[in-house]
Each structure stands twice: as C-alpha cells, then as structure tokens.
Design a protein around this ligand. Structure first.
Ligand code: OGA
Ligand code: MN
Length: 214
C-alpha cells in the first residue's frame, strides 16, 4: 500500500517538474486531499469572520499603497508556526513540493511566504507580475483555491498569460483543491471579477537574494 502511495507521489512530482521545465507553469489538482482543503477553507472563513484580514496593498514596504482599482482583495499573512493545524499542514505539504522542485529544477527555492486571500463578490486583481521591482526573491508563485462548488458562471478565474505580449492566455477555475504554479517573473496574470466570495491561499517560494558585488 505505502509502495503505491510512494510511487504515485513520486510520479506526480516528476510530472510537476517536467511541466515547469517545459512551459514554466502547471496546474495540480491532487496535492491536497478534500478534507485538507475543507479544513483550510474553514480556517480561512473563521479568520475572516473574526476580522483578522486587511485590505491588500500594491507594491512593497514603503512603496506599498492601497489601490482598490488595481486589486480589491483582503489578505491575512500566514505563519509556518501557525496554531491552526490546517495551516501547518499546508506549509508541510508545500515544503515537500519545494524539495522536489529544487531536486528537479535547481531553482534553489529556500522558503515560502503565503497568505489567505478573500475576494468579495465583484472584486478583482488587474494584470500584474508577481515580482516586485525592488525584490527579485519571489521565484515560483503557488495559488491554491478553496472554493467549494464553483460554477463556471461565477467567474473569478485566474487568467494566466502565456507569452510576454499577453496574446495567449489560459483561464483557470478557482475550484477547491486546484493549485496553480508559475514562474513569478515570467507570467503576467489577472483575477477576473467573481459573482461570489472567492477564497484562496497565495504563496511564493523565494530564493535567497544574490549579494551585490559591485
Ligand atoms: C496574487 C494573485 C491569483 C489568484 O495574489 O498575486 O495573482 O488567482 N492571485 O488568486
Ligand atoms: Mn499575482
């Protein structure tokens, strides 16, 4: 039994590595079990109802600004040492993925930063790249969706542009358990408006910043 599980896990990560090497992005549907996703959604809802989220900003540190015409979601940063079991499991699973991706792709990913995101009905996030101008540590973006029974008509898709001129794109439905991985500096993307509340965990695998030698 454990043999089968081990093989399945191994071939899934091989598949992820092959797709990332080939096209720079991939969609993974079975990294988290349904009970794990349900527990993450419940945790996200509970934190939201406790008023622990804040409106997301655009940019970083001193340059950060709230521009609700660009993005109108609210976020709650997550701690690897979280008291929420679902959240610490999320970090454990993502860390195994990090190790596998490093093994296959030599990206040198060192840590994960992640937040819950809630997009109230009607909100969006306009086309952007995940890498800040003054911080090139974000290397692989990882968005995990938590929405149960998400019909196509509810919108809220992630539109991922496949080329730098944004001529070609794929739309990804934000339904429970879908994880999207893409290279942070390469893929423009946007969140289309949804007709209902949309829940996710957005994470970025980082690598240590190179030291400047000049
Ligand atoms: C982000 C982002 C995509 C999504 O938070 O930077 O692009 O589908 N999220 O939620
Ligand atoms: Mn983004």
């Amino acid at each position: 039994m454990s043999h089968t599980i081990k093989n399945a896990t191994f071939s899934r990560s091989e598949h992820i590595v092959a797709q990332l090497a080939d096209q720079g992005w991939c969609v993974v549907k079975d990294l988290f079990s349904l009970p794990e996703i349900n527990a993450l959604r419940a945790a996200c809802q509970a934190e939201w109802e406790d008023g622990r989220f804040h409106q997301a900003a655009v940019g970083r540190a001193a340059g950060a600004a709230r521009r609700s015409e660009i993005r109108s979601d609210s976020v709650l940063w997550l701690d690897e040492q979280s008291h929420l079991p679902a959240v610490s499991r999320y970090f454990d699973t993502m860390d195994s993925l990090r190790v596998e991706v490093n093994r296959g792709l030599y990206l040198g990913l060192s840590e994960l930063e992640a937040h819950f995101a809630v997009y109230p009905a009607g909100s969006c996030y306009q086309k952007h790249l995940d890498r800040f101008r003054d911080d090139d540590a974000r290397t692989l973006s990882a968005v995990l969706y938590l929405n149960q029974d998400w019909p196509d008509a509810a919108g809220g898709k992630l539109r991922l542009y496949l080329d730098p001129d944004c001529q070609q794109s794929v739309d990804i439905c934000p339904e429970a358990g879908t994880l999207v991985l893409f290279l942070s500096d390469r893929f423009w993307h946007e969140v289309l408006p949804a007709t209902r509340q949309r829940l996710s965990i957005t994470g970025w695998f980082r690598r240590p910043l190179a030291t400047m030698t000049w």
